[in-house]
Structure formats: structure tokens, C-alpha cells
Ligand binder design. Structure first.
Ligand SMILES: Cc1cc2nc3c(=O)[nH]c(=O)nc-3n(C[C@H](O)[C@H](O)[C@H](O)COP(=O)(O)O)c2cc1C
Length: 203
């Protein structure tokens, strides 16, 4: 027997959330240090990441976590894929690439995993949902007081890395979300001129 769905709150004013959203910024992965979130916080962040609009409830995304030694263990995959794609670059560059995931205490790869939907949800919408999951994860991490950055770099677009991650079918990396702590506050970056991107349809 299925459970009765919980009744949630009516929409309400959330001044703290608005203030947070107005000033939120990403932090550079290369500036991140320990500590990262604990197990309970990570679970909570993943629950939030999965709480995104998802047309026809297809769950078109999944998460791969890199923590502790696993970050270094993935290094040889990064180094060999990089060397294969850039055979003329020096070896020390491959060593640099191997250390990518060690920049932050936690890296979460969000995998766009679109499903064949007999009822017709387009793949595009499923990929948009994966993007929403990426950003919700950033918001969750930042709401916990951690630094977060959504990166793709070259290894979101490399077939050897896809294979090492165990991606199948139409799966691809939507983003690597780096999460950690930072000691330096970010400065604001240039934002769009809103007048150039807002139009009121008048017919
Ligand atoms: C899909 C996606 C991929 C990104 N990949 C990179 C990347 O590879 N390297 C990078 O420096 N920034 C990348 N960014 C940008 C950063 O995540 C971040 O948005 C930017 O540094 C500042 O954004 P903020 O407004 O959250 O502070 C990417 C953003 C998106 C949406």
C-alpha cells in the first residue's frame, strides 16, 4: 500500500534565502582545503541535489563521489587519458592532471543519465534536469557553509574518462562539483546587464 504523500508548506517569504541567493558565489576549486562535509551533510546535500524538477520522474541523473584516497586513485585515469589526447605535452603536465580531484576534499561527478521515455520526455529536458541537479548541489553545499564550484574542464568531454567512470549509453558528465572549505572570501564578478536580457512581450 502506498503512503499518503506529506503535505508541505505554502510558499512563504524566506528573507535569509533571498539574501543568500543574491550574494552567492562559487569558489575556486584550487583554493579549497579541508574540512569537507561529513557523511550526514553529504547525504543531505545529495538529497537536495536530487530534489529538482524532473519531467515524468525519470531520475535522469546519478552521482559518483570521490573522497579521500579515491581522489588519488582516479589520478592514473586522468593522466593516461590526458596523455593520449595530448601526446606531445610534457610528462609533468600529466602529473598535474592526475592531481585534479585532490584539489578539494570532495568531488561529486553528476552524470546525466537520460532514459528512453515512451511517453516522450525529450532528452534535452532530462539534460536540463541534470544541470538543475548540479546547481542544487552547489546551493546545498554553500548553504552548509562550504565552498563549491561546478567544473567540467577537459575530463567531462573525454571518452576514456567516461569509460573509467562506467558511463553507458547516452550518459555523460554534466559536471564535477568540487566541495570544500576556503579561507579567502571571493570578490564579486561581472554580472549581465539585465536590461539587455529582459524583454516584456507586447505582441
Ligand atoms: C556547465 C558548467 C561548466 C563549467 N565549467 C567550468 C570550467 O571547466 N572551468 C571554470 O573555470 N569554470 C567553469 N564553470 C564556471 C564556474 O562553475 C562558475 O560558474 C564561475 O566560476 C562563477 O560563477 P558564480 O556566479 O557561481 O560565482 C562552469 C559552469 C558551468 C555552468
Amino acid at each position: 500500500m502506498s503512503e499518503t504523500p506529506a503535505t508541505l508548506s505554502l510558499p512563504q517569504m524566506q528573507p535569509d534565502v533571498l539574501e543568500f541567493l543574491k550574494s552567492r558565489r562559487s569558489n575556486l576549486a584550487k583554493l579549497m582545503t579541508e574540512p569537507g562535509p561529513d557523511a550526514g551533510q553529504i547525504q543531505d546535500m545529495l538529497n537536495i541535489a536530487a530534489r529538482v524538477p524532473d519531467h515524468r520522474k525519470l531520475t535522469p541523473w546519478r552521482f559518483i563521489l570521490f573522497q579521500g584516497k579515491a581522489r588519488e586513485k582516479f589520478g592514473p585515469h586522468l593522466a593516461s587519458a590526458f596523455t593520449k589526447a595530448n601526446p606531445n605535452l610534457p610528462v609533468d603536465r600529466a602529473l598535474f592532471e592526475a592531481a585534479r580531484f585532490t584539489r578539494a576534499p570532495l568531488v561529486i561527478a553528476i552524470i546525466s543519465s537520460p532514459k528512453d521515455c515512451p511517453r516522450g520526455t525529450p532528452k534535452w529536458e532530462q539534460e536540463l534536469s541534470a544541470g538543475a541537479a548540479c546547481f542544487n548541489l552547489c546551493l546545498a553545499a554553500q548553504s552548509y557553509g562550504f565552498a563549491a564550484q561546478w567544473l567540467t574542464e577537459w575530463y567531462a568531454y573525454n571518452a576514456d574518462i567516461d569509460k573509467a567512470l562506467g558511463l553507458s549509453g547516452e550518459e555523460r558528465v554534466a559536471g564535477y562539483i568540487y566541495i570544500g572549505s576556503v579561507k579567502t572570501a571571493p570578490i564579486e564578478r561581472a554580472r549581465p546587464d539585465m536590461d539587455t536580457i529582459i524583454h516584456h512581450w507586447t505582441g
